[in-house]
Design a protein around this ligand. Structure first.
Ligand code: UFG
Length: 327
């Protein structure tokens, strides 16, 4: 198929583009390069430098590429920032989506794969979290994701647009075959922060709380490898096309790892000391989050294959070492 990847030069977008190309789809990357990187572009994919907030640029990209489907990965995603600058998240994430949906209607594009997030659930009422868990976001970022899911559901009903909303848990790692060149810029997530500390780009890792009700006192999360996420995008696209039906599914490994476990694994694999310090709890952090990915398994035949802690850390470390040795 002919697929427009909005945000295709970013961290997850570049992995999804690689997977689509590997599966013989035609990929057209649309990115404003605000956080995406030119070094993440592949020669086999057409690149259009454009902004989702510029409706005419988006419509032109859809028309010129003849895209039948769009993958939407161009949202802002820093949870903490979304609580301080909600305006930024309203415009980019919500207005951007409305542009995408209206451009799809105008150009006849019928399928959208959307990067949603476990942040739509908020504080867990039970674990593991399945798709029936109440959606009650605790931060503005999660709210924008839930709003977008609702827009998608309305456009499905009113305009016949079919979508897959993929609720990622904690995305981490780098391409298992080492083909992604760029590194995420100014990361705030645990594993890239650990990697930057291992490389000496940061002095220390702050551990946000060691007094949670968990075995070692640090928070537990469900880390899902970005190569597993990328594979799920392609399977989800194939599913909604074949079944002419929209879906909302969790993507997680169903395993929980604590902050201290991730740190210890990184120390062992990198052989670096990775200085750390116990800092206070970060507001809004639940003690434990794990996914049920049963629906993705049964509908898509998907399962996490690279999401063990060892592979998550090893592929990250290889990407950092390769990238830094080129500089
Ligand atoms: N953490 C630290 N130090 C850091 C960064 C993180 O101790 O410097 C801890 C956090 O407190 C948390 C864990 O590491 O316990 C993971 O934190 P991240 O910031 O990497 O990820 P979050 O779990 O907060 O959120 C991530 C994504 C969201 C998504 C969510 C779904 O950033 O977009 O996973 O589970 F919604």
């Amino acid at each position: 198929m002919n697929i427009l990847i909005i945000g295709g030069a970013g961290y997850i977008g570049s992995h999804v583009t690689r997977e689509l190309l590997d599966r013989n789809h035609r990929a057209v990357v649309f990115d404003n390069l605000s956080s995406g990187l030119r070094e993440n572009l592949f020669p086999e994919a057409v690149f259009i430098h454009g902004d989702i907030l510029r409706y005419e640029q988006l419509t032109a990209a859809m028309q010129e590429s003849g895209a039948e489907a769009a993958v939407y990965l161009a949202a802002f995603k820093a949870v903490g920032e979304s609580m301080i600058k909600p305006e930024k998240y309203s415009v980019n994430n919500i207005v951007g989506t409305i542009n995408l949906l209206n451009a799809a209607c105008k150009t006849g594009l019928k399928y959208v794969i959307f990067s949603s997030s476990a942040a739509v659930y908020g504080e867990p009422a039970y674990l593991p979290i399945d798709e029936k868990h109440p959606a009650n976001p605790e931060n503005y970022y999660g709210f924008t994701k839930l709003e977008i899911e609702q827009f998608l559901a309305w456009y499905d009903r009113l305009k016949g647009l079919r979508y897959a909303s993929l609720r990622y848990f904690n995305a981490a790692g780098y391409d298992v075959k080492g083909r992604i060149k760029g590194l995420e810029q100014n990361p705030a997530n645990l594993l890239p922060v650990i990697m930057e500390t291992a490389c000496g780009m940061r002095a220390e890792l702050e551990i946000f709380g060691d007094d949670y009700d968990t075995p070692d006192g640090s928070c537990i999360r469900d880390y899902i490898h970005v190569s597993d996420l990328a594979a799920a995008h392609v399977l989800a696209l194939e599913y909604i096309v074949q079944n002419n039906k929209s879906i909302t599914v969790n993507l997680g490994s169903e395993a929980g790892s604590s902050v201290l476990e991730v740190l210890e694994t990184a120390r062992r694999i990198t052989g670096r000391p990775i200085p750390s310090r116990i800092a206070g709890r970060r507001p809004g952090d639940p003690a434990k989050l794990t996914a049920s990915a049963g629906l993705a398994r049964s509908l898509l035949g998907w399962k996490a294959e690279h999401s063990d802690l060892e592979t998550l850390v090893r592929t990250s470390w290889e990407a950092y070492q390769k990238n830094l040795s080129r500089k």
